[in-house]
Design a protein around this ligand. Structure first.
Ligand code: IVH
Length: 671
């Protein structure tokens, strides 16, 4: 073996070992960054030596050229389904039947497993190498989705020989046909749907559909980008070690590098099985993926053979289904509800219905786009779904049940709580109430206003703010500056001394910078950094208040979305009134220091990278000298400062006849 070959082999082994630690043992040994470094080293070596690339290399997971259609694969051993037990009685009936057939003197030992809600697949390994992967299909013949399954990172491309938890090491078999579930975790599903909505693609209804849709791609490079995972749970065919039980089999599969759900358990008899069932029904929401029940399987393979199979399902296993988390009901009304951040969310008021043991009478419709996309109308019959602590949501309407008088709904243009303006920025799904005194938002607004990086009022914690608002002492952050110490001291659990300290902290905050105040106003999209930039450019809150979107957009970091949020914020009379009230309450805003005004009236545009100072430093210097920086070149630009590697801005400057400075010339100018 050449040195390069050895290097490649060592890197592959190392990466495989880390995959094993990560996906099988759930115990990563290195950080993601370190892992990426190993991957990149391997990629580089393989790029330089393409003849050394093999199909089982960990780099080979990016997808293959798209297929015209999937081929078919026949399963050597049919892929059966499971009989369902809808409740504990049905499970107990299964247990009694099993006991009777086996005439067993001892308790029957079961393996209990979470029932994942994904897609069943079969993987074939020949001499340890992943050679074919297929869907279940009709149980006898499935679709060949090998290319797609290769992109699922928790599916090993080659089996390894690791130790079992009892220290055994079992040689890799010559043939293994293993079954398991490909699924998508809830978090990955949420991210995927958010990205799809952004790109105007219809979101998937649930993680199961998302997993199925991702596996059915003819272009496996799309599958490669989907956050799919895999757990194995049965063997179809094995030419390898003799295994006597399911539990031992799962341990051995795991030692070969195949991920097995860590929440499996051995249960003796019905009582332990039922308690596993109850435990997971209660804890299902704590798992990162969705499960729709548990599976109880006879552990001993001789007992399995004695029990046998029916045409579609084995007699040695049963699926214990959980109560459905979905139900249908009628939308009696739709209301707009205002959240802490001012987001105005449409809520369906439902005819109360029991969903998985909880009575549900409200479900979120998320936003106007979602109402339109799902075409939900007042009077419609809808499918709703709840998952754990998440607010129940409307999944879809049942079109056949629509009555003639079903009414369309549009979110109001005024806030239902304070009657303030509701604004939905272009390109955003969420509409928000703009009024800083809106009772629905006021507590959150005040908490932000007093926070460390804003007005920094020490001692005014979240609980105290709640208490002050609830007691009617303050209805906006401006009211803080009119507070009397006695009022504060009269609050429950408030000592005279604390009240005094708070009054002192409020007073100290009267003298602050425009940037802090601006940040404290909580204008959407204006964080601390942007507040600083805006304060430097516009100097006073008044000039900022009067600025048009066009003027705002001359600031390098301000695009149309930010400009729109600023203009909308100051267009609200309520907001302007609160700002005036702050001033009348004694707030004095220091403008950012401008030591000189040598560059007053001059606008600079920076392009390319400079050697001696960063763009931010350059802009800060311009601002200190009384000048302004802009992001794009226009007739109003005084100078374009051109570093290295520049393009369009320079071209534009030449077209408009704007003066162009080199970095050196700029430095001379400011020195
Ligand atoms: S065993 C003969 N174990 O449930 C036994 N199935 O309703 C075949 N499933 O098609 C399956 N988790 O897609 C088994 N731990 C688990 C499972 C599981 C989910 C799915 C699988 C199967 C369906 C049967």
């Amino acid at each position: 073996m050449s040195t390069i070959q050895k290097q490649i082999a060592t890197l592959r082994d190392e990466i495989d070992r880390h995959n094993y630690c990560y996906y099988v043992l759930d115990d990563p040994q290195i950080s993601d960054t370190e892992y990426d470094v190993l991957m990149r080293q391997l990629q580089q070596l393989e790029k330089a030596n393409p003849q050394l690339v093999t199909a089982d290399s960990p780099t080979q997971r990016v997808g293959a050229p798209p297929l015209e259609k999937f081929g078919t694969v026949s399963h050597r051993v049919p892929m059966l389904s499971l009989e369902n037990a809808m409740n504990e009685e049905e499970f107990l009936a299964f247990h009694e039947r099993t006991k009777k057939t086996l005439e067993a003197a001892d308790e029957i030992i079961y393996v209990a497993e979470p029932k994942l809600d994904g897609l069943a697949v079969e993987l074939v390994y020949e001499d340890g190498l992943f050679s074919k992967g297929s869907t279940r299909g009709d149980g006898f013949t499935g679709e060949d989705i090998t290319q797609n399954l290769r992109t699922v990172r928790s599916i090993p491309l080659r089996l390894g020989q690791h130790q079992t938890d009892t220290g055994q090491s079992v040689p890799v078999p010559s043939i293994l046909e293993v079954r398991g579930e490909v699924f998508m975790e809830k978090k990955g599903f949420r991210h995927l749907n958010a990205a799809r909505l952004k790109e105007d693609q219809a979101p998937f209804a649930n993680p199961r559909n998302a997993a199925a849709g991702s596996l059915r791609q003819l272009d496996s490079s799309i599958t490669a980008k989907r956050p799919l995972k895999f757990f194995c749970y049965e063997v179809g065919h094995l030419e390898g070690p003799d295994l006597a039980s399911h539990w031992d089999t799962l341990k051995v599969l795991r030692s070969w590098g195949l991920p097995v759900n860590p929440n499996i358990a051995l249960c003796s008899g019905s009582e332990e099985s039922v308690s596993y069932y109850r435990r997971w029904e209660e804890k299902r929401d704590t798992l990162p993926y969705e499960i729709d029940g548990i599976v109880i399987k006879v552990n001993d393979f001789t007992q399995r053979t004695n029990l046998g199979v029916r045409s579609r399902s084995p007699r040695w296993a049963v699926a214990g289904k959980f109560k459905a988390q979905q139900a249908t009901t009628v939308v009696e009304n739709i209301e707009a509800s205002v959240g802490r951040t001012g987001a105005v969310t449409p809520v369906a008021i439902l005819a109360p219905v029991n969903v998985g043991g909880v009575t549900v009478s409200r479900a979120t419709l998320h936003n106007q786009d979602e109402i339109d996309r799902k075409d939900v109308r007042i009077g419609d019959t809808v499918l709703i779904q709840r998952a754990g602590d998440v607010i129940p949501e409307v999944v879809k309407i049942i079109p056949e049940k629509r009555s003639a008088d079903a009414r369309k709904y549009t979110l109001p243009g005024k806030c239902p709580v304070c009657d303030g303006t509701v604004h939905r920025p272009q390109g955003e799904a969420v509409a928000r109430c703009q009024n800083v005194t809106c009772p629905a938002q006021v507590k959150g607004r005040i908490k932000h206003f007093v926070s460390k990086r804003a007005m920094d009022i020490d001692g005014l914690g979240a609980k105290l703010i709640d208490q002050m608002v609830d007691a009617g002492l303050i209805a906006s952050f401006a009211d803080l500056y009119y507070l009397q110490q006695e009022e504060l001291a009269n609050l429950e659990r408030m000592a005279q001394k604390s009240a005094e300290n708070i009054m002192y902290a409020i007073d100290a905050s009267r003298e602050t910078t425009s940037a802090r105040f601006l940040y404290g106003l909580g204008i959407r999209n204006v964080g601390e950094h942007l507040a600083n930039v805006l304060a430097r450019q516009f100097r006073t809150v008044d000039t900022l208040t009067a600025a048009t979107a066009e003027e705002l957009e001359t600031v390098e970091e301000v695009g149309p979305i930010v400009a729109d949020s600023i203009v909308t914020f100051f267009a609200s009379e309520d907001n302007c009134r609160v700002i005036d009230r702050c001033r009348a309450g004694g707030i004095v805003l220091q403008e950012p220091e401008a030591t000189e005004d040598r560059l007053a009236g001059q606008t600079f545009v920076f392009t390319g990278s400079m050697e001696r100072l960063s763009r931010q430093e350059a802009q800060e210097t311009v601002s200190k000298l009384g000048g302004k920086s802009a992001g794009s070149v226009s007739k109003k630009t005084s100078f374009v400062v051109s570093g290295t590697g520049t393009g369009n801005k320079l071209k534009k400057a030449r077209e408009l006849g704007v003066a162009v400075l080199t970095e050196e010339e700029f430095l001379e100018l400011i020195e």
